[in-house]
Ligand binder design. Structure first.
Ligand code: TXA
Ligand code: MG
Length: 337
């Protein structure tokens, strides 16, 4: 299959170009499209065959369901039932935007769309191309991040094309993703409400509305106990892994730099190609936007070891550290003194 790339204006999407993409969705094909978080690999949420194609293209385990995207708030009722009041408060504050809600799933959702779970993940994105595509398709669009399973999420049409060339009919090029990290995911069916994946909508923002919200240990970037059931199926799987070995160094700031330079020298002596990422907490927004791109760039120039410094987990830092910890094959924590 030849994969087309069509450029669409993210500020004012050309209706006729979206029409072509929506036709593919209606026919049960999958289309890669931009959202404000990362690119998505979309299909009609009510078409089982189409959803199966997503899993196949991504090489994604079938027990890990995608997020379902809608173009207007009230469409949540097509997908979910027994929607709690708090959901409406959150929707009014954060939709359209990078917040995904886990709710009790409605009755007519195909099993494959939620991997057989009784719950469903729903989000209304802000990106105008995404919204127009959903609208013209006339159906909610199930879309996981557009990347081969375990690889960093795609944040540009080129990254998506590199992963899916010849596997899907169309990639919409809407420029680089604005946020760069996937949406915040919260489970409204658990008591207390649980943050499953941190993102641009921060824990601090959520606490103002849900003071007793808890943070799942995987959301903090910790490993899941092997014998404990995953709250979010995606938690069981390794993520964001570039080909290089990522070594994350956390703790005392000045010590981190020293260790990174020391390790870098040692690896270089062994003949290894080393990449370094020194992150500054002042640049969180930029770091989030460029993180997955950077990891992929290291792959492109065959970097073998990536040494990266950790940052504080406040605000967007929680989401950044969550992705880094999942990408890391080794974490070194430097204690003060
Ligand atoms: O920003 C985003 O959310 C992007 C864009 C395309 O919207 N999408 C995205 O989808 O990141 P994906 O499939 O890569 O991540 C969805 C996460 C997975 O970790 C999955 O396990 C979890 O949401 N999830 C989906 N349905 C769930 C459910 N019913 N209960 C708990 N977790 C669920
Ligand atoms: Mg993903």
């Amino acid at each position: 299959m030849k994969t087309k790339i069509i450029k669409i204006n993210p500020e004012n999407p050309e209706k006729d170009k979206i029409h072509f993409a929506a036709d593919l969705i209606k026919k049960g094909e999958i289309v890669a499209f931009p959202t404000e978080t990362v690119y998505g690999l979309g299909a009609d949420a009510f078409n089982e065959g189409a959803i199966r194609k997503i899993y196949r293209a991504k090489n994604r385990p079938s027990d890990n369901p995608p997020i379902v995207h809608i173009s207007k708030k009230s469409d949540i009722k097509i997908l979910a039932k027994d929607i709690p009041k708090i959901a409406l408060t959150l929707i009014n504050k954060f939709w359209p935007g990078p917040l995904t809600l886990i709710l009790k799933k409605g009755n007519n959702i195909p099993k494959i769309t939620t991997s057989g779970l009784k719950t469903i993940a729903v989000r209304m994105p802000k990106n105008k191309i995404a919204l127009e595509l959903i609208r013209q398709s006339g159906t909610p669009i199930a879309a996981p991040s557009a990347n081969i399973s375990k690889r960093p999420s795609g944040t540009s049409s080129q990254d998506v094309f590199n992963d899916f060339n010849s596997k899907i009919p169309l990639v919409i090029d809407g420029g680089n993703a604005e946020i760069g990290l996937e949406s915040t995911v919260i489970d409204l069916t658990s008591k207390p409400i649980n943050l499953l994946r941190p993102g641009k909508i921060t824990l601090e923002q959520l606490k103002k509305i849900i003071p007793n919200i808890t943070v799942h240990k995987v959301a903090k970037g910790e490993k899941l106990d092997n014998n404990k059931k995953a709250k979010s199926p995606g938690m069981k799987y390794q993520h964001y892994t570039p080909k290089a070995k990522v070594i994350l160094i956390e703790g005392k700031k000045n010590k981190i730099k020293k260790l990174i330079y020391k390790l870098s020298k040692e690896y270089k002596k062994e003949g290894k190609k080393v990449g370094i990422m020194l992150l500054k907490k002042e640049n969180k927004i930029k770091i989030a936007r460029e993180l997955f791109q950077k990891l992929r760039d290291f792959d492109k120039n065959s970097t073998e070891i990536i040494l990266v410094s950790g940052i504080e987990q406040s605000g967007l830092g929680l989401a950044i550290m969550n992705r880094l910890r999942k990408a890391a094959s080794k974490i070194i924590i430097l204690k003060s003194n």
